[in-house]
Design a protein around this ligand. Structure first.
Ligand code: HEM
Length: 553
């Protein structure tokens, strides 16, 4: 069958399309104009709008200037760092670093950003009067979780689910799971030993980041669902492959990502990988619902228990919606819980290896708390997991590494009903995306003496000591009602890795060897003189997946 259009119909269609384009353009220009005028008005009221602000391009040229001197693959965290560390240049009229910074990135971002750089302002938005997460998060996560997860939920539903899920992540429950964690960290250490050289030499290059990703993935699957995936020994496993395929679609909303979501290839990819994940997780979830499930300690077991308690009925079977939400939450745990901790482990091993003094102290602490026989450390910790709480210096090392290398942050919704109030000034937030920035707060020289030095002592000295952290200034896991649910788990994982590697292995982070192996002839990229830096976007990763050589001690 052939369709015939008359020339009149064709010109009508053309006219309609042209009209839609004109309306769309007019709206776009109108929106841009109103954003720019708003910023002009804010600047004239003395609000912290960094210089220069161009009427045509907003802060996009400033962003470009801040990126100068940074490698192309450097993470945005370094741009933020430059803005706040060099604040006098960008805020010539301010006497100190402003507590919040207004950024106009339209049309790259549809809404202005408010970048929060002070502990007091962060406290206000996340703890004192906690504001809801910005919806861009739920939009970005949708391909992975389908929207039924802690990050995407509205605040009342979040409260219900958070109290169901908290028991599984409580310090008491996690300590009781320590033997399982030790088993997984044991596999990790064994694999590193296999990479070590012979006769006291460093071995071949490996990518430590790959090993830590596999470790943290195995751990989150066991802790949340008692599912032994064995990514470390049998990977890449279908669950991680499917999750990674979905993570590729986690993007902030913009014209390109919005268009992508309409394409058949996006829909097919999401449907296929969601099915793989559901088929892998559902049987295990169902098995945990049986009264004779082997243990009752996983996050999901305890969530089901809470659910039954809510109804005062031990025999109540979870509804299909409950099960769908559990699958969604599990996907969030895997997503939020593996890359973050994997990177954090890399950074702490990197920092401690660079500091012979800290290395000496951490080894001495392990001798003292875990006994001089390194071969018995895992056994001793399995028998008495509370010993982890005695590793004060080790904990301080991890905290200091997270200070220098914070990995995540939070985005909250600005509104007419919420303004920041700092030092007698009110900072409105209506129509903006509020973005807390541990990167900025952790590297403010006025808050942290000897700011760029790796000084674990900060987290040991008593209150009143000049090195003691200012209240609310350390926030790698954020603070408040939606703070990271996995903080304790991540801390235990990191302590175990340090406790079981530091006295047995030496690490050499060999970017030079890796460059040579790649046949790179140009000088290697660096940030602040370091060739190992954070790359990518979102959570990102470690440059070249942290090329490492290992030696047995
Ligand atoms: C070093 C490792 C980690 C870091 C730096 C980190 C950091 C963060 C940050 C900054 C937030 C945002 C909090 C907010 O918006 O208020 C968050 C939320 C979250 N994290 Fe983590 N995280 C880590 C490990 C983990 C692990 C191991 C899990 C495992 C389950 C996890 C699960 C989550 C979840 C579910 C949320 C949302 C919490 C809620 O809305 O109630 N994270 N994390």
């Amino acid at each position: 069958m052939q369709l015939h259009f008359s020339s009149g119909t064709a010109s009508l269609v053309g006219l309609s399309v042209a009209l839609i384009v004109v309306i769309w353009l007019a709206q776009l220009i109108g929106r841009g104009l109103s954003v720019r005028l708003k910023f002009r008005a804010m600047r004239s009221r003395g609000l912290p709008v960094p210089e220069p602000h161009s009427f045509l391009y907003g802060h996009i040229p400033l962003l470009k200037t801040l990126k100068e001197g940074l490698p192309n693959d450097a993470h945005d965290t370094y741009v933020h760092r430059k803005l706040t560390m060099n604040w006098p240049k960008y805020f010539p009229n301010q006497k100190s670093c402003p507590p919040v910074i207004y950024l106009d990135l339209w049309p790259l971002a549809s809404q202005p950003f408010i970048y929060v750089t002070s502990p007091e302002a962060c406290f206000q938005v996340t703890q004192q009067t906690a504001q809801p997460r910005h919806p861009m998060f739920s939009w970005a996560l949708f391909p992975v979780t389908g929207g039924k997860d802690l990050i995407s939920m509205d605040m009342p539903t979040h409260r219900i689910w958070r109290s169901r899920l908290n028991p599984g992540f409580s310090p008491k429950n996690l300590l009781s799971q320590t033997p399982i964690l030790i088993e997984e960290v044991g596999t990790f250490v064994q694999q590193l030993k296999e990479k070590a050289g012979t006769d006291g030499n460093f071995g071949d290059l490996c990518h430590l980041y790959d090993r830590t990703v596999a470790l943290t993935f195995d751990i989150i699957m066991r802790v949340s669902l008692d599912l032994q995936v064995r990514e470390q020994t049998r990977g890449p496993t279908p669950i991680l492959k499917a999750l990674r395929a979905l993570i590729r679609h986690v993007k902030g909303p913009n014209i390109w990502s919005e268009l992508e979501r309409w394409t058949p290839s996006y829909r097919q990819d999401v449907a296929l990988n969601s099915k793989i994940l559901r088929d892998s997780l559902l049987p295990q979830i169902k098995s945990r619902l049986q009264p004779d499930a082997s243990s009752e300690k996983t996050v999901i077991d305890l969530a089901v228990k809470e659910y039954k308690n809510e109804y005062g009925n031990e025999n109540r079977q979870p509804s299909p919606d409950f099960i769908d939400t559990v699958i969604s939450q599990l996907k969030l745990f895997i997503l939020a819980g593996h890359d973050t901790t994997a990177q954090a482990i890399c950074w702490v091993l990197y920092e401690i290896t660079k500091s012979p003094e800290a290395l000496g102290q951490i080894r001495a602490e392990h001798d003292e708390v875990l006994g001089p026989n390194v071969k018995l450390a895992a056994q001793i910790l399995s028998a008495d997991p509370h010993k982890l709480n005695s590793l004060r210096y080790t904990t301080a090392v991890i905290k200091e590494s997270l200070r220098l290398h914070p990995i995540a942050s939070t985005h909250r919704r600005g509104s007419r009903g919420f303004s920041f109030a700092c030092d007698g000034t009110t900072y409105p937030t209506d129509g903006a995306i509020i973005w807390t920035s541990p990167t900025a707060i952790h590297l403010r020289a006025d808050l942290w003496p000897r700011v760029m030095e790796f000084l674990p002592e900060r987290f040991i000295v008593a209150e009143g000591h000049p090195l003691h952290p200012v209240k609310n200034a350390w926030r790698p896991f954020e603070l408040g009602t939606t703070k990271c649910i996995g903080e304790e788990l991540a801390m235990i994982e990191m302590k175990l890795v340090l406790a079981l590697t530091m006295r047995e292995l030496d690490f050499h982070f060999d970017w030079e060897g890796w460059n040579a192996l790649q046949g790179r002839t140009t000088p290697p990229d660096s940030v602040g003189g370091e060739h190992i830096y954070r790359v990518g976007s979102g959570i990102g990763s470690v440059k070249d997946r942290l090329p490492t050589r290992i030696k047995l001690r």
